[in-house]
Design a protein around this ligand. Sequence first.
Ligand code: URA
Length: 212
Amino acid sequence: METLVVDHPLVAHKLTALRDVTTDSPTFRRLADELVTLLAYEATRQVRVTELTVRTPVAPATGVRLAQPYPLVVPILRAGLGMLEGMTRLLPTAEVGFLGMIRDESTLQAQTYATRLPEDLSGRQVYVLDPMLATGGTLAAAIRFLFDRGADDVTAICLLAAPEGIAHLDEALSDAGRPVRLVTAALDERLNENGYIVPGLGDAGDRLYGVV
Ligand code: URA
């Protein structure tokens, strides 16, 4: 899997504030939103475009526009929702599908509890949003689900990643035969015994939306 850790002082600045335990929910939401837009800029480097010619007030100019079918953005519920606006700000014509996955805290296995996606994803470039790549179980299951529906290539955007999660994705998707990319703001040290990223930022869903 191609992994890009975005190295930029603004990314590092926003991530540091997100990590800070004293950052409140409204600020956390705003910073996550801004950080995703910065990550999305890098994540969309390979978005498909077609050439076209427009007329400027002076002369014809060749350029590009997003190719169709437009990309599909898939936030993984619930925490991925906190990344959606930051992503669609950069890709306003993208379609949005939803995938509800939850991690069973005792087994750490991912389970699907909701889907709202086109049945046929043939030829689609898909951007999956999930703030924390921890064990990788949820993301691997989500990407497998998208490939099973025919997605062409998948780019996962995560605020943070753990080495264990990257290794799991590499192994779980080794037979996928289609490109998978990961774009993240940082690669942290490890997971702790509860499956949390260390040093991480805690539970992303709770910090975005509170504990329900
Ligand atoms: N999910 C989170 O929200 N945080 C972690 O550290 C790991 C998984």
